[in-house]
Design a protein around this ligand. Structure first.
Ligand code: NAP
Length: 282
């Protein structure tokens, strides 16, 4: 770093566990870009000042993570159309003092499905488990890219209903309670996506659905990347289904953000290597 270094970063709370600075700094080094990234713990009370800091210190951009993805939008100058549809942002780009919000989570997921599972979205029947922030980004992005129908299953069924209503602006969608999924025949589904935190460290022996419902015709995707292979993905593979973990989405959302800041297509294999190394050395 020197007096010419262009700053980027990630802000959230908690943030010390973030893999983003390592991932982005490795790319800057590899591409010979005089950029740097760091992590910033920002409380809700300090959110407005933190955004003003992006302008005042001429940061090129930041990633935004839990819990600020929605609240930060009111402090930005412009929101990209897909991010506005999703109702949350995860990336800010500073265009000469004008702050523009983007959401690369959903696009990152779609790109990762294509790259790693060789799966396109068009005409697919999708079951989304969960209705939180990640479900929203993934659900809206899949709907905008032509999934034929999307079922949203959530513990709090009112949240599932709200997301399904929103998705219905694009494609047919229905809501169901997670508890009632046992009665649903997944033979009519092509892709199951777990967007709940069920199965994440430390609850690694939990699964959001019963393995009895899994079958070999499914692609089962889990947004969780810690552990890399959740119990759900092990069960899916045991049934002959295709399994897709959350590392690729994390890498791709970061790659898309970096491209927005620098204009360079980042080496995603290098990024994936850094993330896997960090996850395996925990
Ligand atoms: P969130 O907004 O807090 O949503 C959490 C979801 O999980 C809600 O649908 C919640 O249901 C459900 N849930 C949590 N505990 C549950 C339980 N014990 N039983 C049933 N349902 C439960 O969180 P988020 O930001 O969407 O993140 C969700 C997951 O996605 C996390 O594991 C996160 O690590 C992962 N993620 C991965 C990436 C990636 O790049 N791979 C990106 C974003 C998120 P209720 O509505 O009923 O509470």
């Amino acid at each position: 770093m020197d007096s010419q270094t262009i700053m980027t970063g990630v802000m959230g709370n908690p943030i010390r566990q973030s893999l983003s600075p390592d991932m982005h700094n490795a790319v800057y080094k590899e591409l010979g870009l005089n950029y740097a990234s760091a992590a910033f713990a920002v409380t809700k009370e300090n959110l407005r000042q933190a955004v003003e800091g992006i302008r005042a210190l001429s940061f090129r951009g930041v990633n935004v993570t839990i819990p600020h993805k929605v609240a930060i939008m009111e402090y930005l100058d412009e929101i990209d159309e897909e991010a506005s549809d999703i109702g949350a942002i995860n990336t800010i780009v500073n265009e000469n003092g004008k702050l523009i919000g983007y959401n690369t989570d959903g696009r990152g997921f779609v790109q990762s499905l294509l790259d790693e599972a060789l799966c396109t979205v068009a005409e697919k029947r999708v079951l989304i488990l969960g209705a939180g922030g990640a479900a929203r980004a993934v659900g809206i992005s899949l709907a905008r890219r032509g999934a034929s129908q999307i079922v949203v299953a959530n513990r709090s069924v009112d949240k599932a209903a709200e997301l399904a209503r929103h998705i219905s602006n694009h494609v047919p969608s229905q809501a169901i309670s997670l508890g009632k999924l046992e009665g649903m025949d997944l033979k009519e589904i092509d892709i199951v996506i777990n967007t709940t935190s069920i199965g994440m460290v430390p609850e690694i022996n939990e699964m959001p659905i019963s393995d009895k419902q899994l079958h070999s015709g499914l692609l089962v995707s889990d947004l969780i990347y810690n552990p890399i292979q959740t119990k759900l993905l092990h069960a899916a593979e045991a049934k002959g289904a295709k399994a897709h973990n959350g590392v690729g989405m994390f890498v791709q959302q970061g790659a898309l953000a970096l491209e927005l800041w620098t204009g360079h297509k980042p080496p995603v294999d290098l990024m994936r290597g850094i993330v896997l190394q960090r996850l395996m050395n925990k």
